[in-house]
Design a binder for this molecule. Structure first.
Ligand SMILES: O=C(O)[C@H](O)COP(=O)(O)O
Length: 247
């Protein structure tokens, strides 16, 4: 028996449009992002891939994307689980900063280390920054463990327990699972599923709003590569993500 897992990055957010590092800052979708989310739902419906359960982050760009996609697929009624463990990578002191300005100020190499290295986080964000999440009630349970910055390795380590305990349990129960999350939390999950090395993961980018479907075997290993439901749009959008910050 195989399991069906659908990964969906949120549609374009207001800060994606403005080219700002976002991380845990809670911005909403643009009109384009809302349309991407609805189109994602149409792709699911057309493929006959109807989720039985949804897992999202605590950030509204993922939550709204899931709502729009599920409405389009006529699955608004499915049970929902939300966790900070699916949040975007906390982007530290880069949150709220313009990607092109950071690249110009610190150079391409440092920019890419902060953006795509596996284990080097950006500098920590000060608790009194206007872009900080310290004191946000949705993270109250984390107490002083709430991150002030994260690298992809940190994201993988905090995401994996949720994968193991929550998402796998739904897959094991025979459910088609939709995970609606973020560029870097999904990069972490794909790294784990596909066994991508710490070096090679730098080259992986996830497009907004296009469902990525995995069939998994009884050990929750992919039976083949994950498939985007609109491969041409995905290829174009992946290039756009890879080129962010370039003039
Ligand atoms: O948090 C962000 O800025 C984006 O959602 C992901 O950004 P990245 O592709 O630059 O890591």
């Amino acid at each position: 028996m195989t399991h069906t897992l659908i990964l969906l990055r949120h549609g374009q957010s207001e800060w994606n449009e403005k080219n700002l590092f976002t991380g845990w800052y809670d911005v909403t979708l643009t009109e384009k992002g809302r349309n991407e989310a609805t189109r994602g739902g149409a792709l699911l419906r057309e493929a006959g891939l109807l989720p039985d359960v949804l897992h999202t982050s605590l950030l509204k760009r993922a939550i709204i994307t899931a709502n729009l996609a599920l409405e389009e697929a006529d699955r608004s009624w499915i049970p929902v689980n939300r966790s900070w463990r699916l949040n975007e990578r906390h982007y530290g002191a880069l949150q709220g900063k313009d990607k092109t300005q950071i690249r110009d100020e610190f150079g391409e190499e440092q920019f890419m280390v902060w953006r795509r290295s596996y284990d080097t986080p950006p500098p920590a964000l000060a608790d009194d920054s206007e872009f900080s999440q310290i004191g946000d009630p949705r993270y109250a349970d984390l107490g002083d463990d709430a991150p002030r910055t994260e690298c992809l390795k940190d994201v993988l380590e905090r995401m994996l327990p949720y994968w193991e305990e929550n998402i796998k349990a739904d897959l094991a129960a025979g459910k088609t699972v939709l995970v609606t999350a973020h560029g870097n939390s999904l990069r972490a999950l794909v790294k784990h599923l596909d066994g991508i090395s710490d070096d090679d993961i730098a080259g992986l980018n996830i497009p907004t709003g296009i469902p990525l479907v995995y069939e998994l075997d009884e050990d929750f290993r992919p039976t083949g590569p994950g498939k985007y439901l609109d491969p041409d749009a995905a290829a174009e959008a992946i290039t756009a993500v890879a080129n962010q910050g370039k003039h």
